[in-house]
Design a protein around this ligand. Structure first.
Ligand code: S3P
Length: 444
């Protein structure tokens, strides 16, 4: 991100009213481009998220040999080269702020006979990449250079013939799982990934949709075992990207906490591995009606009618974390407005996101007059039953979700909220400000 930080404030706003269609899902958008690259022929994409993270993945696909064109808003065309036929990129692949783009693409490169350099912004340079490099090295890839602690910039030499492995991932991470599966595409044998808890399954679904042979079985109490047959012939298919529940989350919580609000969130993806926030908010007493469940682009979507609600605190089990991992910052905002205590358990992974979200959220809440506590990997918020002071200047640490979460808090807090930098919002939800203003949110 170049240039100077851009402060933004949210003021206590009147009731929010109207409809909002969330932008295309970020996880699926990255994968749509990557699968376009890995299949021979033309993949047409509708509803692609045109945020900076995804645009960086599009650039990386071009650098690896795909022809990637924008045909119109959200409409993209990718002419891919196919597994085994990628080009060595002549320049560093720069993923900006995006851990997903970088980690998935490391999987792609790790399974090919080529060398690529990976880099990103100050936030991405702090994030751990050994979790990806370790399994890729087991498959035969070599890390030629890396910054301290396995961080980028990283130079990776992929394996010409990746070894088929059975990998037991120590973390429930869709990025780790996806990197191994993507590398396994070019392996002559079977690649198996075992995850300790089920994480989002968009890669498995898209692999199948493009013609690969993938088996998914339960493993232990909450885990899954995914088996991919190597060297499938991926056939391009049209992709319609459903609305991102992680972006819809901001309007959803804003509608619940801004008094008198009634809004409709249209066509939000309801994939069971992505709707942990909705489950939790319903437990907290949220007035959300789920309307018109239907299928779009291979995923279930629904409209949500959201009315301002008197929320109460709940205990959020650790096992729910993978299905709402990116939504904890905005959940803490709902918890701040609830009556009673919300305890969110098992949040270790929040420490390695775009920022240390556990610390960033706690500091932001303190700046707004709350007294959150961190106990081990748990976060505890004592709610203020609708009466939150706000008034703080919140540090966002180059983290889009911290930025949007605290702007949402400001819409219902007595003294509003200012954030130190709003530029990162463009990574995942470039239309956030305009869409929220259309509902009645006040920013300046
Ligand atoms: C993502 C997986 C999650 C999530 C990220 C997107 C993906 O990360 O936080 O925003 O698209 O696979 P982890 O897999 O590391 O939990």
């Amino acid at each position: 991100m170049e240039g100077a930080a851009e402060r933004l404030s949210a003021q206590a706003s009147g009731p929010l009213r109207g409809g909002l269609r969330p932008p295309g899902d970020k996880s699926i958008s990255h994968r749509a481009l990557i699968f376009g690259l890995l299949s021979v022929g033309v993949t047409q994409i509708e509803g692609l998220l045109e945020g900076e993270d995804v645009l960086n993945t599009a650039k990386a696909c071009r650098a690896l040999g795909a022809r990637v064109e924008r045909l119109g808003p959200g409409r993209w065309r990718v002419e891919g080269c196919g597994v085994g036929s990628l080009l060595a990129p002549s320049q560093t692949l720069d993923f900006g702020n995006s851990g997903t783009g970088m980690r998935l693409m490391m999987g792609v490169v790790g399974g090919h006979d080529l060398t690529a350099r990976f880099d990103g912004d100050a936030s991405l340079r702090k994030r751990p990449m050994r979790r990806i490099l370790d399994p890729l090295e087991l498959m035969g890839a070599r890390t030629l250079s890396q910054a301290e602690g396995g961080r980028c910039p990283i130079e990776l030499k992929g394996a010409a013939e990746p070894l088929p492995i059975e990998y037991r991932s120590p973390v429930a991470s869709a990025q780790v799982k996806s990197a191994v599966l993507l590398a396994g595409l070019n392996s002559p044998g079977r690649t198996v990934v075992i995850e300790p808890e089920a994480s989002r399954d968009h890669t498995e679904k898209m692999l199948r949709y493009f013609g690969a042979d993938v088996a998914v079985e339960p493993f232990g109490a909450e885990g899954r075992k995914i088996t991919l047959e190597g060297r499938p012939e991926l056939r391009p298919k049209p992709i319609v990207v459903p609305g991102d529940p992680s972006s819809a989350a901001f309007a959803l919580v804003a509608g619940l906490i801004a008094p008198g609000s009634e809004i409709v969130i249209e066509a939000m993806m309801m994939n069971p591995l992505r709707v942990g926030l909705l489950t939790t908010l319903l437990e907290m007493g949220a007035d959300v009606e789920i309307l018109d469940r239907r299928e779009e682009g291979g995923e279930e979507v629904a409209d949500l009618r959201v009315r301002a609600s008197a929320l109460h605190g709940v205990d959020v089990p650790a096992g729910r974390a993978p299905s709402m991992i990116d939504e904890y910052p905005v959940l803490t905002v709902a918890a701040a407005f609830a009556r009673g205590t919300t305890r969110m358990r098992g949040l270790a992974e929040l420490r390695v996101k775009e920022s240390d979200r556990l610390e960033a959220v706690a500091a932001g809440l303190r700046a707004c007059g709350l007294e959150p506590r961190i106990e081990g990997d748990d976060l505890i918020v004592e709610g203020r039953a609708g009466d939150v002071r706000g008034g703080g200047l919140v540090k966002t640490h180059l983290d889009h979700r911290i930025a949007m979460s605290f702007l949402v808090l400001g819409l219902a807090a007595r003294e509003g909220v200012a954030i130190d930098d709003s530029r990162m919002i463009a990574t995942s939800f470039p239309t956030f400000r305009g869409e929220m203003e259309r509902l009645g949110a006040r920013f300046s």
